[in-house]
Write a protein that binds this ligand. Structure first.
Ligand code: ZN
Length: 402
């Protein structure tokens, strides 16, 4: 693929010489489901080796501890893989953040493990688009940058986490730390098959609400009991009543209860909120807090709430618009039409935007059917998107910012 004649053309054409597809295939052949710690260790090793071609420090860092609420209400520490952190030219005049994830949604025992050509130029395989291909594009763009005179004018951090597909709880603090003082961020989630990028994104919050009542015999002294299951059910109904345009509320599961002859003293309600905007998120949190007090008092039970809005809504503000327009104009120079539209999905772009850093979070390959066994990568997009990213980064370097 030869790009239209730009000052950067000879440099961008070097994308043809990079092993973009080969390493995508190598990485996608390693199962790295979020819970597969062995697989994550293998892929993390491959990534460290591959990214070591960049000048700077590339290392693996420990995941932050994460607790999950077990069905009996106790807390369980969840095991996660290490995250990759790269710091290149920390003293450069302008610095950006590049992020991706090494985990996939396909567990070690999932039947979808192999790569297969659907047709020429379309590769089917776990994580080929989401996002082993995107990681290859990210590295490719940085390899082009490093061969250019622009490299001395820009520095960057690279963050590749191991838990994006389950909400990034063990990497959220790392993302926040990396986003600090960055002019912009690029995240390598896949674009749509026609190249459309994701614009604004709603947020997502998961909660486990634990109800503790008082057990009693259903025949002898039922009125002395405090029914935790009924309290949880009442809560589920009241939460669902908050559901409206701009705030989706999904009570998903009630666990607990006990035998028919006893008043149940334990229940857990799991619920997911999807606020469209930050005010929607605040309203959801306030109403949830109030309902907890009301339910505790109405049912005379103790209510404890775990969780939070791990993915805040990502609006497209003026700075983000500027970054989108930069990507669009780089695309136009390369003969690509770049558009974007809002989506209900969430990703690390949500967390980066919440730090006040403009982000385009679908700089990865063109592909589709992600999170399914039909996942595919359009292989022509590897070179195309590498050039798009490289040019975008070079323009940020040239301008000293957005
Ligand atoms: Zn992804």
């Amino acid at each position: 693929m030869t790009t239209p004649l730009l000052p950067e053309t000879p440099l961008l054409d070097k994308a043809n010489d990079l092993p973009l597809l080969k390493r995508t295939q190598q990485w996608a052949q390693v199962n790295s489901g979020t819970t597969n710690l062995d697989g994550l260790k293998t892929i993390a090793g491959y990534l460290v080796d591959a990214f070591a071609v960049l000048p700077g420090k590339i290392e693996l860092v420990k995941p932050a501890p994460v607790n999950a609420v077990r069905s009996d209400g106790s807390l369980d520490q969840v095991q996660r893989g290490q995250h990759l952190l790269g710091i290149i030219r920390p003293d450069a005049p302008v610095r950006i953040l590049l992020t991706g994830h090494m985990d996939t949604v396909f567990a070690a025992d999932h039947p979808f493990q192999n790569l297969e050509w659907i047709e020429e130029g379309v590769l089917n395989g776990p994580g080929v688009a989401d996002m082993k291909g995107g990681l290859s594009v990210m590295l490719g763009a940085l390899q082009l940058l490093e061969q250019s005179d622009y490299s001395s004018r820009i520095g960057y951090d690279i963050m590749i986490n191991s838990d994006e597909e389950v909400g990034s709880a063990s990497s959220a603090a790392l993302i926040e730390q990396c986003a600090r003082n960055k002019a912009a961020a690029l995240t390598y989630e896949p674009a749509l098959p026609d190249g459309t990028l994701a614009g604004e994104r709603g947020g997502s919050g998961n909660f486990s609400i634990i109800f503790t009542g008082k057990s009693a015999h259903a025949g002898r002294n039922p009125d002395e009991g405090r029914n935790a299951l009924i309290a949880a059910a009442d809560m589920a109904l009241r939460l669902k009543a908050m559901h409206r345009e701009g705030l989706s509320v999904n009570p998903a599961k009630i666990e607990g209860g006990g035998p028919n002859n006893a008043v149940p003293d334990h229940a857990i309600l799991r619920v997911n909120f999807r606020p469209k905007s930050l005010p929607d998120q605040e309203e959801a949190q306030n109403t949830l807090d109030k309902l907890i007090t009301i339910i505790a008092s109405d049912h005379d039970v103790t209510v404890r709430c775990h969780g939070g809005f791990g993915r805040p809504p990502k609006p497209v503000d003026a700075q983000a618009q500027k970054l989108f327009h930069l990507v669009k104009s780089c695309g136009a120079d390369l003969g690509l039409e770049i558009n974007w539209r809002g989506t209900g999905g969430v990703c690390d772009g949500n967390n980066i935007a919440a730090c006040g850093v403009p982000v385009v979070d679908t700089m990865g390959v063109r592909g589709g059917a992600i999170h399914s066994a039909e996942e595919f990568l359009i292989t022509d997009s590897l070179i195309e998107r590498t050039q798009l990213s490289a040019l975008t980064i070079m323009r940020i370097a040239a301008k000293g910012g957005l």
